[in-house]
Design a binder for this molecule. Sequence first.
Ligand code: TXA
Ligand code: MG
Length: 313
Amino acid sequence: MTIRLAAAALDQAAALLRAGELVAFPTETVYGLGGDATSDESVAAIFAAKGRPRFNPLIVHLSRADQAERFAQIDSRAARLMQRFWPGPLSLVLRRAPRCPISLLASAGLDTLALRVPAHPLALELLRLADRPIAAPSANRSGRVSPTTADHVLSELDGHIAAVLDGGPCRIGVESTVIDLSGRTPLLLRPGGIATEELEALLGPLAAPSPEDAPRAPGMLASHYAPSLPLRLNATRVEPSEALLAFGGDAPVGAKETHWLSKDGDVDEAAAHLFAMLRALDRADFTAIAVMPIPERGLGRAINDRLRRAATR
Ligand code: TXA
Ligand code: MG
């Protein structure tokens, strides 16, 4: 049985992590499935609990940016991004530092490491009390939709992890943006909680990984974040048997059930609702989930990325 811990039981959550156990915890993006990143056993247990392929590396979470240089090589680009966006929804893929104490399993055999400092008071306090780097992929079974509440975590991982720290719903709702700085050109591995426009203002235009970069981007699986029902994207009309995820004022009428990602056409609000609504509508009494077009700006990029992967099967 997995125990649900309230914010007041933070000490207990940290003690479990120090003892090598797995504890899911809230971040500003989604819930993470945390384990001691310096322990091979704990990191292996994370892969097992998620059913995650061992070739897909994990993000390591720190409580302070100044801890990063113990674990990874920080160049001036990385330093600038850390200064500007940490704590926050940005993960940086960097070369591992010499004598980096983090389990090689967390890097999945690569000579790089993804690091981030989350902007969530409970997460930061948990990381501080755990007093070690914490590896934390999203707390869902591999290939499924990321969790934005403690109930989502328990629906897939109950019995597979020691505890979940309940901090209520996540504010941003999509995972962190992942930027690879391990090569000469920065690569956008995953659009996420920081708008690409904001990063490009600092770094210049960001390239996506090309086929030659594939070994550096093992997590870019086409099918991911998938509900069980088929997803129909860019819907401008609906079938009576379908559920509709609507965006903006004028939604097509006639769906069996309609949920608004955002009535005002606000992409931030839509991101915060996306995963919870995909879960809520993933029911056998619909034939499909139709989703209205989402603009490709701000967090809309991350939303469209997740929707495309969720629609691929
Ligand atoms: O918002 C988030 O990033 C959440 C919260 C819990 O922090 N975590 C998360 O982790 O989404 P996960 O494991 O679901 O996604 C991590 C992504 C994967 O696509 C993985 O392939 C990529 O980051 N990644 C991690 N380490 C990497 C590395 N060394 N090189 C390339 N990609 C890496
Ligand atoms: Mg994930």
